[in-house]
Design a binder for this molecule. Structure first.
Ligand code: CP3
Length: 344
């Protein structure tokens, strides 16, 4: 069991531990030479479903940076691969689906897959999480599990691959709301199953990634998206962090009516302003601008100090980036940020 006194878990409960917890989205991955070495010859989704490999990759950044949490090495499309859907992650591009889900018949084909069968087939995930937690428990460091939110998953599934404005998924909401709700409802069950699998194997918190929620009009987010994300995380046994990029206009809604213990904020909204929006009941996570990771240290340091200072307006604060670590980041800079945050 991770210690309930771990700074990350205390901050999620709304307490202010002596050291502010810090971890980084995409802390595992291409910024680390030891990751690039391990990944040679193995495709991304195969790596995710090879327990030893996924466990080792998860642990690499925890050992190197001394961050306050591990984030399970996997991908938001892993449960869809486990469900038997033909998806590949194309390097430099992202998830690509052989058969995009565009019509009502496509939706029926997908939703015929039983979410419970997906959970049952996720054995490699359970095994990897158990291995990670066994090692992290020796230092009391919590593991964060995660899943993609229904909208962000649909943004790939409906388009068939990465897109800038996720037009096809957003169009489906209005052109065929019934098909949309059927698809998003199914994705909510699959994401929920993926989260519960990680929790049962030992994850101490989870993050729901709705990375592309910022592309939605607030009214659409409320009507077509938030209710499904709420189902994905409702009543889980561990605290939930809810993250999206460009979500300033829907930051209060990102709380999912209190289901989220913490809301992740990107670099566009200063944390003191975000705190005023989410109120007393919600912890904030963020929001170092990833663009500043390549700036001179003095510039980055003063930015990190400003983020921590503004974070004091929130009930509690978990330091992170506003989005993932860019692959070209010098990992020694990340270690330095951890040391700085812990010293403040
Ligand atoms: O360290 C961590 O944060 C844990 C692992 C993690 C990955 N993907 C590993 C990964 C997590 C939490 C994700 C989530 C994910 N995947 C999201 C939501 C988070 C976000 O960044 O907004 C999204 C949108 C995806 C889909 C996806 N997977 C994309 C867009 C890409 C990039 C493709 C590329 O090559 O640029 C991936 C691949 C991916 N997922 C990599 C990693 C480490 C790179 C794969 C490689 O090493 O080749």
């Amino acid at each position: 069991m991770p210690s309930l006194d771990a700074p990350l878990l205390r901050a999620l409960r709304g307490e202010r531990p002596e050291t502010t917890p810090v971890w980084f989205m995409r802390q595992a991955g291409r910024s680390l030479p030891e990751y690039r070495e391990l990944r040679v010859g193995t495709r991304m989704l195969d790596a995710c479903l090879t327990p030893d490999l996924a466990a080792e990759i998860t642990l690499q950044p925890v050992r190197r940076h001394g961050v306050d949490a591990g984030i399970f090495f996997s991908d938001i499309v892993v449960p869809l691969r486990v469900a038997g859907i033909d998806v590949e992650i194309v390097p430099g591009r992202g998830p690509v689906f052989a058969d995009p889900v565009r019509t009502r018949a496509d939706v029926d084909r997908i939703t015929a897959i039983d979410p419970a069968a997906v959970v049952a087939a996720a054995e490699p995930v359970r095994e990897a999480v158990r291995a990670v937690v066994a090692e992290l428990d020796t230092t009391g460091t919590p593991l964060i599990g995660f899943a993609g939110a229904p909208f962000t998953l649909a943004a790939y599934l409906v388009e068939g691959g990465p897109s800038k404005e996720h037009l096809r998924a957003r169009a489906m909401m209005h052109a065929d709301p019934e098909a949309w709700h059927a698809l998003a409802g199914w994705l909510a069950q699959v994401s929920r199953g993926f989260l519960r699998t990680q929790i049962e194997a030992g994850a101490a918190a989870v993050q729901l990634f709705d990375s592309w929620a910022g592309s939605l009009a607030p009214a659409d987010f409320r009507a077509f998206v938030a209710p499904h994300s709420a189902v994905a995380v409702d009543g889980l046994e561990v605290p939930v962090i809810h993250f999206g990029v460009g979500t300033g206009p829907v930051l209060a809604d990102m709380r999912l009516d209190g289901r989220a213990a913490a809301v992740g904020v990107d670099w566009r909204v200063p944390l003191d302003e975000a705190a005023a929006i989410v109120g007393e009941g919600t912890t904030l996570q963020g929001n170092i601008d990833p663009a500043l990771l390549t700036a001179p240290w003095e510039v980055l340091e003063s930015h990190v100090r400003d983020v921590v200072e503004r974070g004091r307006s929130a009930r509690a604060h978990i330091v992170n980036l506003g989005h993932g670590v860019p692959p070209e980041t010098d990992p020694t800079v990340l270690t330095r940020i951890v040391e700085l945050v812990h010293s403040l």
